[in-house]
Design a protein around this ligand. Structure first.
Ligand code: GLN
Length: 198
């Protein structure tokens, strides 16, 4: 059994829980999903998910509940995390917005709502490193990854900008992989991670 934590202070939670269960099932594993709304739960999680939503709110609530330090400790101990959309903004080193207290776990500069100014939301087939077929990526007021550090792997880009990146145990996407029935991004982040063993 894999103990999975979905940070649930704000944003979409149940879709991620379902995607984790499906991805685990493909590997013959059971996922026990815990919704994280307070401190004290993250230390028992093997894998973590930081969903989309509103990055300013997520950032504030993580700090208020003391979950921020636990998420950092999780990643610093090498355990996998998937951070999507607002979750990626919060995980970055620079969100270009003082209201977001970044966790500095993904070496990237991110611009909030940069895609959104042009197109509010759209879906596109995306070639992702490690996946055989394009992934149906749903972008909703998506952040633009403006710059990544030397140790960051770009797994996918869209119109010249990274939209899926990996920094050590963290996979970050500017799109929403939980909004389709395709759980391959969750699989990539958690179960195809060489460093993780369950
Ligand atoms: N635009 C949101 C933010 O800046 C992110 C949107 C999303 O998570 N779908 O936090």
């Amino acid at each position: 059994t894999v103990s999975a934590g979905v940070v649930a202070v704000q944003g979409d939670v149940s879709e991620h829980a379902d995607a984790i269960r499906r991805a685990a099932d493909e590997h013959g594993l059971d996922a026990e999903v815990t919704e994280i709304r307070r401190s004290g739960l993250v230390p028992d999680c093997d894998i973590l998910l930081l969903p989309g939503g509103e990055s300013t709110a997520i950032s504030r609530l993580l700090a208020r509940e003391g979950i921020d330090e636990e998420v950092k400790a999780h990643v610093e101990s090498g355990k996998p995390m998937l951070a999507t959309c607002a979750g990626l903004i919060v995980s970055s080193t620079d969100a270009n917005d003082d209201r977001v207290q970044t966790l500095d776990l993904v070496d990237a500069t991110v611009d909030r709502n940069a895609f959104g100014r042009q197109k509010d939301s759209f879906e596109a087939p995306l070639d992702v490193e490690g996946l055989d077929e394009p992934f149906p990526a749903v972008f909703i007021r998506a952040p633009l990854v403006a710059d990544v550090g030397a140790d960051v792997d770009v797994l996918a880009d869209w119109e010249g900008n990274p939209v899926a990146i990996r920094d050590g145990p963290v996979v970050g996407t500017s799109f929403h992989p939980e909004l389709t029935s395709d759980s391959r991004i969750h699989d990539l982040a958690f179960f195809l991670n060489e460093e993780a063993s369950f």
